[in-house]
Design a protein around this ligand. Structure first.
Ligand SMILES: Cc1cc2nc3c(=O)[nH]c(=O)nc-3n(C[C@H](O)[C@H](O)[C@H](O)COP(=O)(O)O)c2cc1C
Length: 183
C-alpha cells in the first residue's frame, strides 16, 4: 500500500487544482543589500515559533530574489491589506523595477528595508540559518527569520488568494450568510 502510494505521485495538475482551494494570506518579502533592493510576492509565509519569534516562507529555487535573500542579514515581511492586490501583482510580475516609482514604500530604520505603505503589518526579521543556511525542500528553499520589530495597522483586513484570484476577508459577524447556524 505505502509502496503504491510513493510510486504513483499525484499528477501535477491535480496537485495544483487541489491546493488552489486553500485561501492564503498574501505577503511581500523585501530585502536590501547595499544599494540593491529585491522582493517577491509569497503565500507560503507562516509563523513558526513564539519564543524565539520565528517566521518562515518558501522560495522557488529559480527566484531572482534568492540571490539577495541568501546573503541579506535582514528581510521584511509586508502582510498585504485587502485593497493591495495591485502590490501583490507588482511583486509577482517580471521585467521592470518593482520598487519604482518609490511612492508606495518607505525604508525601515533597520537596514533600510522597503516597507509597503498601508499594509496590514510590517515585520522586520533577521535572517536565521536553518541547518547551516537555507534549507532546500523539493524545488523550493525554506527561509526562516527572527522578528525584531513589527508595525501593525489595527484597522486593516488582510488580502487573500484562492483559485488564482485575490479577495479579502469577511467576518462571519459582517456577512450573515457565512454564519453557521450553531448547535
Ligand atoms: C499570490 C501569489 C503567491 C505566490 N507565492 C509564492 C511563494 O510562496 N513562493 C515563491 O517562490 N513564489 C511565489 N509566487 C511567485 C512569485 O511571486 C513570482 O514567481 C515572482 O516573479 C518571483 O520573483 P523573482 O524571480 O524576482 O524572485 C507567488 C505569486 C503569487 C501571485
Amino acid at each position: 500500500m505505502d509502496e503504491a502510494r510513493t510510486s504513483h505521485p499525484i499528477a501535477p495538475e491535480d496537485f495544483r487544482t487541489a491546493l488552489a482551494n486553500q485561501a492564503a494570506g498574501v505577503v511581500v518579502i523585501t530585502t536590501r543589500v547595499g544599494g540593491s533592493l529585491a522582493g517577491l510576492t509569497v503565500t507560503s509565509f507562516t509563523s513558526v515559533s513564539l519564543a524565539p519569534p520565528l517566521v518562515s516562507f518558501y522560495v522557488d529555487g529559480n527566484s531572482a530574489t534568492l540571490r539577495l535573500l541568501r546573503v541579506a542579514p535582514f528581510f521584511a515581511v509586508n502582510i498585504l491589506a485587502g485593497h493591495q492586490a495591485d502590490v501583490a501583482r507588482r511583486f509577482a510580475a517580471k521585467g521592470f523595477d518593482r520598487f519604482e516609482p518609490a511612492d508606495f514604500w518607505y525604508p525601515s530604520e533597520i537596514s533600510g528595508l522597503p516597507l509597503v505603505k498601508g499594509s496590514a503589518a510590517r515585520l522586520v526579521c533577521s535572517s536565521r540559518a536553518t541547518g547551516g543556511g537555507v534549507l532546500q525542500i523539493g524545488d523550493h528553499l525554506l527561509l526562516v527569520g527572527e522578528v525584531v520589530s513589527a508595525e501593525v495597522d489595527q484597522e486593516s483586513q488582510p488580502l487573500l488568494y484562492r483559485k488564482g484570484r485575490f479577495g479579502h476577508f469577511v467576518d462571519h459577524d459582517v456577512d450573515p450568510s457565512g454564519v453557521p447556524s450553531g448547535p
